[in-house]
Design a protein around this ligand. Sequence first.
Ligand code: ZN
Length: 339
Amino acid sequence: MDPRGFPTSLPEFQKVFPNDDACAKYLERMRWPETFKCPQCGVTGEPYRFPSRSSVVLRCRGCKTNTSLTAGTVMQSSHTRLSIWFWGAYLAATQTPGQSALQFQRQLGLSRYETAFQILHKLRAGMIRPERDGIGGQYPVEVDECHVGGRSRGVGRGVHDMATVVGAVEVRQRKDAEHRAAQYKGGYAGGIPLKKLVYAGRLRLRVVPSRQPGPLIKFVTESVSKGSTVRTDGWHGYNELRGLGYDNDVLVLGGDPEKADAHLPMIHLVFSNLKTWILGTHHGAIAQHHLQAYLNEYVYRFNRRFYPMTAFNSVLGLAAHSTPPTYESLYSGDWKHPI
Ligand SMILES: [Zn+2]
């Protein structure tokens, strides 16, 4: 269990959600934190339950209308057990590398590949929502481009070409940065800044047709809040940023890759991890016309890596519902199942 109260392993997760009944109780609590309220007639109070059959239906004692706990979620009308959905959502929301349908099928012990494929597909739909708010503001933003291998439509096996991806990532300072700096001062001659004093904040990635100023500037203005400090290398494609209300912090000593790494460490780390993910999970074989969807999934998970709970609810389609109980309260037993 990590300090944020989210299970960090499947055994822990199973302790919180041991069976379909626990999953159903979670769904009910998400929707009605206090007491069941009939969506049909508005009557509140304990509904009829059907222990003998699937536990996803509650029946109003007033108007006798059945309400499904999975209505409006990705699990709606599915014949797959709730616990399988929950475990799948846990894997999809927490496994940074992402995974193939085959890995997914094996991990969940599903007999049919198609079932795994469909579940994964539905859970992914909750992850490819484009993120519209601007990043940056009080945090400086590093912007750079990289090349990602892809497979072009109609191009033969083994023939690859590269897509250009532009990225922007916030550089945030740890809250305890000053304390840590003071603590480690003695051990680090010359006050060399420790890498751990900063961490990556929110990320944006986009496939662009070229490194020309047009697409690069469009990406920055659509992804980064005006007034932010934008760090770039010496590439002329970003020259217009100053005139557009950004504080462009340019690396003037261009050409040296080591200096570029020191100037833009965060975005370079992001690119490196992104390439590993594409090579490892997808064997580098992402069709170019699908690349943006994969980038969206990557960004989604990256931006919620400190909030796995949010990602978990979101992939299940539960995000719209009211305040959920925290995993901590579920796990510790503080959370009360509706009676
Ligand atoms: Zn009713």
